[in-house]
Design a binder for this molecule. Sequence first.
Ligand code: NDP
Ligand code: GDR
Length: 369
Amino acid sequence: MKTALITGITGQDGAYLSDLLLSKNYQVHGIKRRSSLFNTNRIDHLYQDPHEKNIHFKLHYGDLTDSTNLIRIIQEVQPDEIYNLGAMSHVQVSFEAPEYTADADGIGTLRILEAVRLLGLTKKTKIYQASTSELYGLVQDVPQSEKTPFYPRSPYAVAKMYAYWITVNYREAYNMFACNGILFNHESPLRGETFVTRKITRGVAKMSLGMQDKLYMGNLDAKRDWGHAKDYVEAMWLILQQDTPEDYVIATGITTAVRDFIRMAFQEVGVELEFNGEGVNEKGIVKSAVSSSPLKPGQEVVAVDPRYFRPTEVDLLIGNPTKAQTKLNWKPKYDLPALVKEMVAADVELFQREKLLKEAGFKVLNQFE
Ligand code: NDP
Ligand code: GDR
């Protein structure tokens, strides 16, 4: 039985990866941060009472900014594989907290690599580093592959660039099995609520139930190569099962503008949208709607709010997944329409439940309201 240690286990990818590794009979350990409220919603279904016998899933308190804590956990777990998914992962927030982002996302990776080296585990422990398409930043030379140079455009991407190169350096200097997965955007019903796809699917679900009037968005022109997180965690695992440690781009090869994602999400609730105007004056207007919808033709449901613009933007990302397809035999099962359908359906169900509870007189979400 193999043992894996996952940092960032409470996040979107940590949850899907835990499911995958448990299905492959791994012993899964995860690092979670102490929080004043429970932060384990995404993995609660995997929780095992520590008093039970044959525990396959165990959480440890820790933080990527704390070396001694990481060394102690790695020493205790003696992992065959470490998946370093922990990070302050929001690009816009990284402009607000650049130093912390550098510490957790950049130096945090160094701390993991050094812990493995100091503990004499370089031959035993394989390391996966969660690298990102944000590394390409300003590069308009598409599709972006493992050979495309980097030009990061945010404190997040700059921190991840350090993490990328320190992973390559430890591989070369100490012969470690350390790999970067350069993953393009991947989403799911478990996606954090402030990333653009989930913000849209939540907003559309609420509007379709008469619980919200409008969605305020940032740059509608940005284009992303969106895949499903379930497919992408499979690639992470495959990267560590190879004979040699290498870096891989994981992407679909198809790019879509934020505006078109919005259009697709509204179509899932029977609403056709048209966009009028330009820049900050652009609006999304209902063109037609199924009769059961509370939204009516002519209604303005999308507006632009410059507060969501970034000081420096990444305009266009399209990945070239040829290496992953040929060497890892990786093939995504989801396309964008299937992803949008699943996300909207999950959010509609979530808010239907919330609405029902409210109508029945129960207080939901915030018990102190
Ligand atoms: P999430 O934001 O959903 O999860 C991030 C995880 O990191 C959470 O478990 C969070 O804990 C944890 N974390 C944050 N700061 C620290 C810290 N200082 N110490 C320990 N843990 C910490 O991200 P995703 O699951 O979407 O992404 C996983 C990784 O992949 C991240 O590194 C991200 O940057 C990278 N990535 C993501 C892509 C995507 O499209 N999703 C694409 C490319 C790369 P808590 O729950 O307590 O906040
Ligand atoms: P990104 O994801 O920055 O690509 O990073 P995000 O979903 O936040 O933004 C994608 C694009 O949409 C534009 N946008 C908005 N974004 C947000 N969050 N909110 C809005 O209202 C909005 N309107 C338009 C953004 O400007 C951007 O161009 C994600 C994270 O998961 C990173 O951790 C990961 O490394 C990369 O994907 C690959």
